[in-house]
Ligand binder design. Structure first.
Ligand code: CMP
Length: 139
């Protein structure tokens, strides 16, 4: 089915001018960028976005990292977009990511891993609504 997923190009990637290279991978693989903006997240926004990880030992460092520079937030649309994007991203830890995946190609570490992608259609809808108004998404 045609789905939408939420994506973030993280500060380690924007810092290295990788936005276009990452977008080319999405577009080449059938994911259309139907919404996109470059923002600098506030600490409050980042903390809330990653609230599910609040009890994890990496939470505070993760929030610090996500507010360390600009990010590009996006809505990607296409056939099986949620799973397709996760396949293109590769494993969370770049050491475990498959050849050719975004994280294998570009990630610096398990934290500075270049991209975020929703893990389900349900979470995608929640995450999209957290960053975009309906009129900003143009399919
Ligand atoms: P993301 O898909 O955005 O979801 C949570 C983020 O926490 C993850 O990508 C990483 O950037 C970061 N992170 C840092 N350390 C860990 C860890 N040990 N396990 C999982 N995620 C981690």
């Amino acid at each position: 089915a045609i789905e939408r997923t939420f994506s973030i190009i993280k500060p380690d990637a924007t810092r290295r001018n990788l936005t276009g290279a990452i977008n080319a991978i999405f577009e080449k693989n059938g994911l259309a960028i139907v919404a996109q903006k470059r923002i600098w997240m506030s600490r409050a926004h980042a903390k809330k976005f990653y609230e599910v990880h609040a009890e994890r030992p990496f939470y505070n460092d993760l929030v610090d990292f996500m507010v360390s520079g600009p990010v590009v937030v996006q809505v990607l649309e296409g056939e099986n977009a949620v799973a397709k994007n996760r396949e293109l991203m590769g494993a969370t830890n770049p050491a475990n990511a498959a050849e050719g995946t975004i994280r294998k190609l570009f990630a610096e570490s398990i934290e500075a891993n270049s991209v975020h992608g929703s893990d389900s259609v349900e979470n995608a809808a929640i995450e999209i609504a957290y960053f975009f108004a309906g009129y900003e998404i143009v399919g």
